[in-house]
Design a protein around this ligand. Structure first.
Ligand code: GDP
Length: 195
């Protein structure tokens, strides 16, 4: 049966590996640079306005938020990266938490949110490599498509494919959290990993 992404509830925030959920339900891990629109994509996916907090302030960057989807799996909101103004200590906490989570074997499927307007950053490339190293499937979500001119769509998507070294079989989903473009495709793609 199709997954009802609108049946969603916040479960908990983990600040270290001891807080990771390990109940065997599939985990869909969302990663992205700060301000890329990760919260907006999640809100669009679950059909709520203010579920994941949009514009979350730095300082709250080192926690993993778990949302239960349809009682059948988790949407795992990983802390954003690339904040300009975070302390060294905060950056280190972020690194340990992310390393532990990526090494945990708990990721079923990744969603890497990138900005459709720009070439993926070095951090985006690192994150794509981390997902690849886990061996899990990854959907790259090119968000903010509404900001592109028609003539930019194909070249920008190709640039994302090239920069992140995506293969033919890797999923690249054009998306706009603002307009709702790509919503059904994203739900279908992620839903396939929730039995
Ligand atoms: P996060 O830091 O990655 O969680 O990003 P947010 O969800 O807080 O979004 C950052 C900013 O980008 C906000 O001002 C959003 O309104 C805006 N934004 C997010 N998604 C889109 C989109 O698809 N199109 C446009 N035009 N703006 C977006």
């Amino acid at each position: 049966m199709a997954v009802n992404f609108q049946r969603v509830e916040f479960v908990l925030s983990a600040v270290s590996a001891s807080g990771f959920l390990r109940d065997g339900l599939p985990q869909l891990a969302f990663a992205g640079r700060s301000n890329v629109g990760k919260s907006s994509v999640i809100n669009r996916l679950v059909g709520r306005k203010n579920f994941a907090r949009v514009g979350a302030a730095p300082g709250k960057t080192s926690q993993i938020n778990y949302f239960r989807i349809d009682g059948r799996g988790y949407l795992v909101d990983l802390p954003g990266y690339g904040y300009a103004k975070v302390s060294k200590a905060e950056r280190e906490r972020w690194g340990v938490l992310m390393e532990d989570y990526f090494a945990s074997g708990l990721i079923t499927c990744g969603a890497l949110i990138v900005d459709a307007r720009h070439k993926p950053t070095a951090d985006d490339q690192t994150m794509a490599a981390w997902f690849r190293d886990t061996g899990c499937p990854v959907a790259v979500v090119a968000n903010k498509m509404d900001k592109l001119k028609k003539s930019e769509i194909a070249p920008n998507l190709q640039q994302i494919r090239d920069t992140l070294s995506l293969t033919e079989s890797d999923m690249l989903l054009p998306f706009s959290a603002e307009k709702g473009t790509g919503l059904e495709e994203l739900r279908r793609c992620l839903g396939a990993y929730i039995p």
